[in-house]
Design a protein around this ligand. Structure first.
Ligand SMILES: *[C@@H]1O[C@H](CO)[C@@H](O)[C@H](O)[C@H]1NC(C)=O
Length: 159
């Protein structure tokens, strides 16, 4: 009986360990903002957007087709949290902007509309939380204060 119990214990802990090691669930967190100065990055007058829709998309890195899609919506601080199980080392996973919640701040600019995340366990990142870069919709007309904001960030005038 003791032997049987020991065997059962080993089998069960092996099964448990393989589930834990081989099939992590990744949590991808990030923020969506309204780019009130149309600068492509966050400033002191950035507004974080509640109710924005984002997708986590994983594409096979060779074949290119989307293998997984997880839909999400931002909370009142502009933050989202998306969960996807398993390792995705053969895929390119990105959080992409889908839909704005603010009518005059809904422009999506290619290249500024996605943030890459690595969803595999063998890249030296121990925890299963992944922080995606913030993503911004561009506001139609920049705020008046933006000329001062630009000075603060010491941007090239002819850029
Ligand atoms: C943001 O920075 C600009 C430039 O320094 C300043 O004029 C403005 O008052 C700041 N706004 C806020 C909300 O902090």
């Amino acid at each position: 009986m003791a032997k049987l119990c020991f065997l059962a214990f080993v089998v069960l802990s092996c099964a448990f360990a393989s589930v834990v090691l081989a099939a992590p669930t990744f949590t991808v967190v990030g923020k969506v903002y309204c780019d009130t100065c149309r600068l492509g990055f966050e400033t002191n007058v950035t507004q974080y957007m509640e109710g924005a829709k984002v997708n986590l998309e994983c594409r096979h890195f060779e074949r290119g087709q989307i293998e997984h899609t997880v839909e999400g919506v931002t909370d009142n601080s502009g933050a989202y949290s998306l969960q996807l199980a398993d390792n995705h080392e053969n895929e390119i996973c990105e959080v992409v902007l889908v839909e704005s919640a603010i009518k005059d701040c809904a422009e999506i600019k290619p290249g500024r509309d996605r943030a890459r995340v690595m969803l595999s366990n063998d890249i030296g990142i121990p925890a299963n939380i992944r922080y995606a870069n913030s993503l911004g919709f561009f506001k139609d007309v920049p705020l008046d204060v933006c000329k001062d904001v630009v000075k603060m960030y010491v941007l090239d005038d002819d850029e």
